[in-house]
Write a protein that binds this ligand. Structure first.
Ligand SMILES: Nc1ncnc2c1ncn2[C@@H]1O[C@H](COP(=O)(O)OP(=O)(O)OP(=O)(O)O)[C@@H](O)[C@H]1O
Ligand SMILES: [Mg+2]
Length: 252
């Protein structure tokens, strides 16, 4: 059994099938990147993993706990308590940072532990400060998000997700809303998490980053996995013509 196992995921929006039997597995501490053209279904697939989208059939299992499995062709979800347990292990960072604008940086990081996990302020404060140090923004703890750069906002969003002590992190194009000169600092932060063996699934258009950070790469097109392999397999010797064409289009 793999640490995370998504099998034969079929997802429809009304009559439109956007994921056709998509599967992915990874082990604890591994990093998987999902690449592919716009509309391929990358975000939808990622969002199925933490229950932001509901699937029609297939199975999703995290560390032995089934979020959903299929019985007689139909998806059957776990009970609410189990769903909360499974999804509580995952933190997610989106393209748009979604920080609370009326809260300081520090309050953004402590909000969910305080109000969702009901932690005590004295317990979460040192953790939050340490996380802000880790993403290089401790000096900014008392300012409001409005006065931060995009890269700084995204690093706060990462610290905020980490404050819930996830053991899996999901990223959906964390740098595509950023000016090119600001992407490096965010990618560096994610790389650091990889070095600390955080299990991660990353949707990205940053190919050099995907190549260096990933244990495994999935190339998706039209709701299907077109190619899958180790980072060097997919980037250095892609088997599929569509993968080659995609990599060429994005690298040149
Ligand atoms: N809420 C929705 N309702 C209907 N269709 C949707 C919805 N969300 C996504 N889709 C469709 O599902 C397909 C896959 O979309 P998705 O956002 O997963 O692609 P993507 O690979 O993440 O693309 P991008 O690189 O542009 O972010 C697209 O055809 C999209 O129009
Ligand atoms: Mg997307």
């Amino acid at each position: 059994m793999h640490f995370i196992e998504m099998k034969n995921i079929r997802k429809q929006f009304g009559p439109l099938t956007v994921l056709h039997d998509v599967s992915m597995s990874l082990e604890k501490g591994q990093v998987v990147s999902i690449i592919g053209p716009s509309g391929a279904g990358k975000s939808t697939f990622l969002r199925c993993l933490n229950h932001l989208e509901v699937i029609q059939s297939g199975s999703i299992c995290v560390d032995g706990d089934y979020l959903v499995r299929t019985d007689q062709g139909k998806a059957v979800y776990a009970g609410e308590k189990n769903i909360r347990k499974i999804c509580g292990r995952m933190g997610m960072v989106f393209q748009s940072f979604n920080l609370f604008p009326h809260m300081t940086v520090l309050d953004n990081v402590t909000a969910a532990p305080l109000y969702v996990k009901k932690m005590e302020k004295k317990d979460i404060l040192p953790v939050a400060e340490e996380l802000l140090q880790k993403v290089g923004l401790w000096e900014k703890r008392d300012v409001y998000p409005g006065s931060l750069s995009g890269g700084q906002k995204q690093r706060v969003a990462i610290a905020r997700a980490l404050a819930m002590s996830p053991d899996i992190m999901l990223f959906d194009e964390p740098t595509s809303a950023l000016d090119p000169e600001l992407t490096g600092e965010v990618l560096k932060t994610i790389h650091q998490l990889a070095d600390e063996n955080m299990t991660m699934v990353i949707v990205t258009h940053e190919m050099a980053f995907a190549k260096s950070v990933s244990d495994k790469v999935l190339f998706m097109v039209d709701g299907r996995v077109e190619e899958e392999g180790s980072s060097s397999d997919v980037f250095d010797s892609p088997q599929s013509g569509r993968t080659r064409a995609f990599l060429q289009s994005i690298l040149h």
